[in-house]
Design a binder for this molecule. Structure first.
Ligand code: 5GP
Ligand code: ZN
Length: 275
C-alpha cells in the first residue's frame, strides 16, 4: 500500500475519493480544531465548492493566480461556451470578506469556515491535491491584534500536533494572497513574516504544509472596504488547515488503521472505542 493509499485514486491526478475511516478522522480533526481554536466564534460556516466570480475578481485572485483558478463554463442558449458567474473556490476565507464589505465592525470578529477548495496544481506529489478540504479560522480586526492572534494560534496548533504524535517545523513562506509578485516583493513578504507554515511529513520523504497562518495586513479590508471600530481600514489574518494532509501525516506516523492508533490520539480525535 502506498502511504497515500488511504485515499482512493481516480483517473484524474490529484483527485481522490475518501474511504469511511478517512472521513471519520476528518470529522474528528474538525471537532478537535473547534475545541482548540473555535471557542469565541461569531459565525461558523460551511462553503459550497464554488464562489461568485465577482468576489474572486474583487480579491484579485484571478490576476495573481490565473493558472490555479478553476473557471466554470457552460453552454449558453446560443450553443456557445460561456463563462458563468461562478468559479471554483480556491481558499475558504474568500467567502468571508464579502460578508462584511462596505461596513464598519463594532468589534474584532472571528469566524470559522469549512471549505472544499480547488487549485489547478501543476504537480501531483503526495499531499498535493487539486480538490481538497480546508478548515479556516479568520480574524478581522486591528493589525496588532491580528498578529498576536495568529501567533497565539500557531503555537497552540504546534502543541496540539505534537500531542497527536506529529513532528512539525515552521517555515516562513511568501504569501500567495499578495500575488506572485517580483522576487523583491516576495523577499520583503518573507522578511515581514506574513505567512508562516507548519510542515509535517505526509509520506515517505514528503514534507508538506499541514497548516498555515497568514497575516494579510489591510489587503482584504481595503479591497472589500471593511473598517474597524476606530474607523480605519481593517486588517485580517487567517489560519488554514488542510484536512487531507493532516490525515496523511497521521497515517504516516501511526499507520493506516486508525483503530490501532495510540489511545491518546484516538481520544483527542474522539475516534471512539476500538471496534
Ligand atoms: P494556503 O492558502 O496557505 O496555500 O493553504 C492553506 C492550507 O491548505 C495549507 O496549509 C495546506 O494544509 C492546505 N493546502 C494548500 N494547498 C494544498 C494542496 O494542493 N493539497 C492539499 N491536500 N492541501 C493543500
Ligand atoms: Zn485564508
Amino acid at each position: 500500500v502506498r502511504p497515500d493509499g488511504a485515499l482512493v485514486d481516480t483517473p484524474a491526478p490529484g483527485i481522490y475519493l475518501y474511504p469511511g475511516h478517512v472521513e471519520t478522522v476528518v470529522h474528528g480533526l474538525g471537532q478537535a480544531l473547534t475545541t482548540l481554536l473555535g471557542t469565541d466564534l461569531q459565525r461558523s460556516l460551511r462553503t459550497p465548492p464554488v464562489i461568485a466570480r465577482s468576489i474572486i475578481e474583487r480579491a484579485g485572485y484571478h490576476e495573481s493566480f490565473p493558472h490555479l483558478l478553476g473557471r466554470v463554463t457552460t453552454q449558453a442558449g446560443s450553443g456557445m461556451p460561456a463563462e458563468s458567474d461562478l468559479v471554483l473556490l480556491p481558499a475558504g476565507c474568500y467567502c468571508v470578506y464579502p460578508l462584511y464589505a462596505d461596513t464598519r465592525l463594532t468589534s474584532a470578529t472571528e469566524l470559522s469556515v469549512e471549505a472544499t477548495c480547488f487549485r489547478q496544481e501543476g504537480s501531483a506529489e503526495m499531499g498535493r491535491l487539486r480538490s481538497f478540504r480546508m478548515r479556516e479560522f479568520v480574524w478581522i480586526g486591528p493589525g496588532e491584534q491580528c498578529l498576536s492572534w495568529r501567533d497565539r494560534c500557531l503555537s497552540a496548533v504546534r502543541g496540539w500536533l505534537t500531542d497527536l504524535g506529529l513532528t512539525t517545523e515552521t517555515a516562513v513562506a511568501s504569501d500567495p494572497f499578495f500575488g506572485a509578485g517580483s522576487r523583491l516583493i516576495r523577499q520583503l513578504q518573507i522578511e515581514q513574516g506574513l505567512k508562516i507554515e507548519i510542515l509535517a511529513t505526509v509520506g515517505k520523504g514528503q514534507i508538506q504544509a499541514v497548516a498555515s497562518g497568514n497575516y494579510h495586513k489591510d489587503q482584504f479590508g481595503r479591497l472589500f472596504a471593511i473598517f474597524d471600530h476606530t474607523g480605519n481600514i481593517t486588517h485580517s489574518a487567517c489560519l488554514a488547515f488542510g484536512y487531507e494532509r493532516l490525515v496523511l501525516a497521521l497515517i504516516h506516523r501511526h499507520g493506516d488503521d486508525p483503530n490501532r492508533w495510540p489511545g491518546r490520539v484516538r481520544d483527542m480525535l474522539r475516534l471512539g472505542a476500538l471496534a
